[in-house]
Design a protein around this ligand. Structure first.
Ligand SMILES: Cc1cc2nc3c(=O)[nH]c(=O)nc-3n(C[C@H](O)[C@H](O)[C@H](O)COP(=O)(O)OP(=O)(O)OC[C@H]3O[C@@H](n4cnc5c(N)ncnc54)[C@H](O)[C@@H]3O)c2cc1C
Length: 415
């Protein structure tokens, strides 16, 4: 087989740190290494950083897509030691110390794997083909387009039926999607044209949001039911097709709109020699975040398996900072230090003016954690432009009951 060409990367005669993935973890590593004497190369398939926690708001037309997609070259403005490559990572060759990409291969001295996660369909027949996952911006836009087109189709019917939406997975994403879509029923916007939206939220376990305290779970269940969401607990999906979803107990929901928020697994490129993975196909790491057995390879964020981490943005950010610190220590001939996660708490939004939060022993429900959720997410947005867009959009949605429909500018096949 012909060898992949080496990419023409400027040689600085300094150690080369290659960071795979410009998500929360990867971008944080690069930002924290800004003043370090090393040649840093960040690689991602997208030219923008996605603010994943707000994906559901793009899918449900609260936010326009540009609010959560921040150009990486903007994020790296003034970083003299960093280059950014937009390309698909294909394989990591640990023996040759190089990363093979769609556009050639990149040798490394130090490697940081931060390629995040992808949806897990648990081999449910049809789930991958007919379900709408929500892991990236394309997914959010695809669902959004399908949602609007389905409404338009129903409006043209002589005898319009309600639009049935099945959301599979009762974690934070499933709850947020259910609340946001069900809210449309409470304040129906004119573009719904009288179409009724019926939401089913299907959870395999005995409660929604199993990571939260029982009181917060009950509050969430009650709020969703008040919004008209049909919550099905202890129900497993066994098949999804173009027009229906089938449950283990034989019940069927007639729908072409199935949102899949049921599980995730690490999104790792091929590895040579193949690496052993653990829970959710993640790479196990040492407390220092080094990949087990390799001094110069770190794994962080949703790709890494470390005790007591759950796959959240703050974990990815804190791990990114720790890896940057450890890389600097290694460059100075010092030993890396272990990572300790500082848990600031967890939150989930249900609908306008209703959320839950668990901050140590403090448990909050209602409008205050909702406001806190908005402020925290707004604060963590990666730049002034997205912050401005998000602020205006939230004022429109939460203040005036409007949704952002510019995604309606779809291209006609004849264009
Ligand atoms: C819908 C949703 C809602 C969430 N809500 C919250 C929340 O409210 N609060 C919270 O704390 N956490 C939330 N999370 C979890 C949080 O987003 C993740 O824990 C966090 O994004 C992990 O960061 P990461 O850097 O590991 O991965 P990511 O941020 O996913 O970044 C991975 C990057 O790697 C790139 N990549 C992957 N494979 C390749 C390849 N082969 N070639 C090139 N590039 C590649 C991707 O393009 C991406 O940019 C949510 C997740 C989802 C999906």
């Amino acid at each position: 087989m012909a060898q992949a060409p080496q990419l023409p990367i400027v040689q600085l005669a300094q150690p080369r740190i290659v960071v795979l993935g410009a998500g929360f973890a990867g971008l944080q590593v690069v930002r924290s290494l800004r003043h370090v004497k090393a040649e840093i190369l960040l690689v991602d398939r997208h030219s923008y950083h996605t603010f994943v926690p707000l994906l559901y708001q793009v899918a449900t037309a609260i936010l326009p897509p540009q609010a959560i997609a921040y150009p990486i070259i903007e994020a790296l403005r003034g970083h003299k030691n960093t280059q950014f490559l937009v390309t698909e990572i294909r394989e990591i060759n640990f023996t040759a110390q190089q990363v093979d990409t769609e556009n050639g291969s990149i040798p490394y001295d130090y490697l940081v794997i931060a390629t995040g996660s992808q949806s897990e369909f648990f081999q449910v027949p049809g789930a991958q083909d007919y379900g709408f996952p929500l892991r990236n911006l394309q997914h959010a836009l695809r669902f959004h387009q399908h949602f609007l087109q389905t409404i338009e189709r129903i409006q043209r019917e002589a005898n319009p039926q309600p639009l049935e939406i099945a959301i599979v997975g009762g974690g934070a994403t499933g709850v947020e999607l259910a609340g946001s879509l069900a809210e449309l029923g409470r304040r129906p916007p004119p573009w719904l044209g009288g179409v009724r939206v019926q939401i089913y939220l299907i959870q395999g376990g005995a409660s929604l949001l199993p990571d939260f305290a029982p009181r917060l779970r009950q509050y969430t269940l009650k709020r969703l039911q008040q919004l008209g969401v049909t919550v099905l607990l202890n129900h497993r999906v066994v098949q999804v097709s173009e027009t229906r979803l089938e449950l283990m107990n034989g019940c069927v929901i007639e729908t072409s709109t199935v949102l899949w928020a049921a599980g995730v697994r690490a999104a790792l490129p091929l590895m040579s020699p193949p690496a052993q993975t653990v829970g959710r196909k993640k790479l196990p790491v040492d407390p220092t975040l080094q990949w087990q057995g390799a001094e110069n390879v770190y794994v962080i964020g949703d790709s890494a398996w470390l005790k007591q981490t759950r796959g959240l943005a703050p974990e990815a950010l804190q791990q990114g900072r720790k890896v940057a610190e450890n890389l600097q220590r290694q460059l100075q001939g010092k030993a890396p230090k272990p990572f300790h996660y500082f848990n600031k708490g967890r939150m989930a939004i249900i609908e306008a003016k209703s959320a839950i939060a668990e901050i140590g022993p403090i448990k909050l429900t209602g409008w205050f954690p909702w406001l806190l959720w908005l402020i925290i997410h707004w604060f963590y947005l990666p730049g002034a432009w997205p912050r401005g867009v998000v602020l205006v959009s939230w004022w429109q949605t939460y203040g005036r009951g409007r949704r952002f429909l510019s995604q309606r500018l779809f291209f006609h096949p004849r264009d």
